[in-house]
Structures are given as structure tokens and as C-alpha cells.
Design a protein around this ligand. Structure first.
Ligand SMILES: Nc1ncnc2c1ncn2[C@@H]1O[C@H](COP(=O)(O)OP(=O)(O)OP(=O)(O)O)[C@@H](O)[C@H]1O
Ligand SMILES: O=C(O)C1=C[C@@H](O)[C@@H](O)[C@H](O)C1
Length: 287
């Protein structure tokens, strides 16, 4: 078991697989910033990789003080490694089923979806892009402008229907895909994962990149970019929050931040969020 674990984690050179004792071959030196990051990685590892936690005492609080002070961490604590390991854990249970990411605009469906598709060797599709291609339009905003929202929604349903016939896909769905029950019928052929991001964080992200590509956010409210995005997102959230809760699994950024001891979800990297997504998918599949 330990040998298999060490092999899958690719840190066999760091571990005496008989005793599971940490044996870094050379200490690595890190800046204070990197040290903080390493702590986060260790905590992530502890929280998000329970099977190993039971074998290895891996809270950063359990690392010898000298190690923490010098910043000489074993290089194995790496988000990418945890992600890889978690993906290998769930692959047999996943058995090629598609993953549909749902969530509000700007929740990270595309960013996290690409990470998941890479690690699982799945193909990645963005349903908005597929709709643009099907309609022959250059953007979702153009489709809304020329044909209206219900035309867009009909095409969205058609795209989801076609995708539901396939295997081994990660699909980033449009923020409003959850409002039509028929879309759930298609998405539930795979596993749906809700990226639940606080509205403040969404508004910050959207204010940073602008609302040009997001027709439902282009309204004339007064205020700065953040305030406008926040107001519109709040209205959409009121209409949709129950629908998002239909997803097979929920990835709450607030919960991840709390587990890792962060106040602000902005400290969470897309990879950490992807790890939590795999963890939640695993819980769903093992129910
Ligand atoms: N964990 C994160 N931390 C900070 N910024 C992020 C994070 N994840 C995504 N972003 C940023 O937020 C913005 C929206 O991300 P992304 O396009 O992945 O979301 P989305 O859910 O696919 O959005 P939409 O539904 O509007 O297409 C991007 O600018 C992206 O770089
Ligand atoms: O939240 C929404 O309703 C939308 C989100 C985008 O992904 C696009 O699907 C479109 O702009 C509508």
C-alpha cells in the first residue's frame, strides 16, 4: 500500500516506504512568501487527501520547528502532485462520465474546468463557445443582440443534449444553463459540479475584466464597475441559487478558505479549487 502510494505520488525518493519517515535528500531554502505557500500546500494536502493523512502526520504544525523556521520543506508538497494523486483516486469511480461545471458568471468554470480536463485526460468544452459556433456568431453578446435570450437558451439546450451523448468531457456551462429543467436532464447523465463563489469575489473578478462579453450584466445602473456587477449578480443569484443546488457536488470557496484558515477566498488558487472539486466528486461517487 505504502509503496503504491509513494509511487503514485512520485515522491518515493523522499520516503522510506517501510516506515513512512520523511527523508528529504537535501533541504530546500524558500523565501518567507514561499514558506507561507508551502504551509498552504501542506494544509491543502492534509485537508484534501485524507487517505494519506491517515498514514502520514502531515499538518505543518507537526513539522519540526526547525524545518518551519528554516523553510526547508520537502519539495513533495505540491498542489500539482495532490491534484494528480486525487485524479488517480477517482478515475475508476468516474468511469469516463462527463463533468459539467455550473455556477454564476465568473465563478471559474473555464479556469478550473481546463485544469480538471488536463489532469483527467478529458476533453474540455465551453458550452458558450459551442453555441457561438452552432449559430455562426462571434460572441454570446452578438447572439443576445441579434436573436434574443430565448433563442440563445434553445441553442444552449441543444448543445447540452449533444454533449450528453458523449463521454470523457469536462464542460464549462453557461451561467444560466441551470434555469431550464431539461438541461438538468442532460447534465445528470454525467456529474454536475457547482462552483459556489461569494458574490463579492465574483463582482471583483468581473469588474476587473469588464462586462462586454456578458450581456446580462450590461445594464445602466449607476456606480463603479464593482458596484454595478454586484447589483446585477445579486439579482441573478436570487433567481438561480436554488437551481445551482441541484448539482451532484458543491465546491464552496468559503468552505475551502475556512478549512485552510483564510479569510478571503481570493487566496485560493484554481488548482486548490480543482482539488476540492475532485474531492467532492469522489464523495458523490462513493455515496
Ligand atoms: N481562483 C481564482 N482566483 C482568482 N481569479 C480567478 C480564479 N478563477 C478564475 N479567475 C478569474 O475570474 C475570471 C472568470 O473566470 P472564468 O472565465 O474561468 O469563469 P467562468 O465561470 O467560466 O465565467 P463565464 O461563465 O462568465 O464564462 C477570469 O478572469 C479568471 O482569470
Ligand atoms: O449567467 C448567464 O445567464 C449567462 C452566462 C454566460 O456564460 C453566457 O451563457 C450568457 O452570457 C448568459
Amino acid at each position: 500500500m505504502e509503496a503504491k502510494l509513494a509511487q503514485s505520488l512520485q515522491f518515493s525518493t523522499w520516503i522510506d516506504s517501510e516506515k513512512m519517515v520523511w527523508k528529504p535528500s537535501r533541504p530546500l531554502q524558500f523565501s518567507p512568501r514561499s514558506r507561507e505557500r508551502m504551509k498552504l500546500q501542506i494544509l491543502t494536502y492534509c485537508h484534501l487527501h485524507k487517505p494519506v493523512t491517515s498514514k502520514v502526520s502531515c499538518s505543518y504544525r507537526n513539522f519540526p520547528g526547525s524545518v518551519l523556521q528554516s523553510g526547508s520543506f520537502p519539495a513533495c508538497f505540491d498542489e500539482a502532485m495532490v491534484l494528480k494523486n486525487k485524479s488517480e483516486d477517482i478515475e475508476p469511480y468516474l468511469d469516463g462520465r462527463c463533468i459539467y461545471l455550473v455556477g454564476m458568471m465568473g465563478s471559474g468554470k473555464t479556469t478550473v474546468g481546463r485544469i480538471l480536463s488536463d489532469i483527467l485526460s478529458y476533453s474540455f468544452f465551453d458550452s458558450d463557445t459551442l453555441i457561438e459556433q452552432a449559430v455562426g456568431a462571434t460572441s454570446v453578446a452578438e447572439i443576445f443582440k441579434l436573436h434574443g435570450e430565448s433563442f440563445f437558451r434553445d441553442n444552449e439546450t441543444d448543445v447540452l443534449r449533444k454533449l450528453s451523448l458523449m463521454q470523457r468531457l469536462v464542460v464549462s456551462t453557461g451561467g444560466g444553463a441551470v434555469i431550464r429543467p431539461i438541461n438538468w436532464k442532460y447534465m445528470q447523465k454525467g456529474i454536475s459540479v457547482w462552483l459556489d463563489v461569494p458574490l463579492e469575489a465574483l463582482a471583483r473578478r468581473i469588474a476587473a475584466v469588464g462586462t462586454e462579453s456578458r450581456p446580462l450584466l450590461q445594464h445602466q445602473e449607476s456606480g463603479d464597475a464593482y458596484a454595478k456587477a454586484f447589483t446585477r449578480l445579486s439579482t441573478l443569484w436570487e433567481e438561480r441559487s436554488e437551481a445551482y443546488a441541484n448539482a451532484s457536488a458543491r465546491v464552496s470557496l468559503e468552505n475551502i478558505a475556512a478549512k485552510l484558515g483564510y479569510i478571503d477566498v481570493c487566496n485560493l488558487t484554481p488548482t486548490v479549487i480543482a482539488i476540492e472539486a475532485l474531492e467532492q466528486i469522489e464523495s458523490f461517487l462513493k455515496k
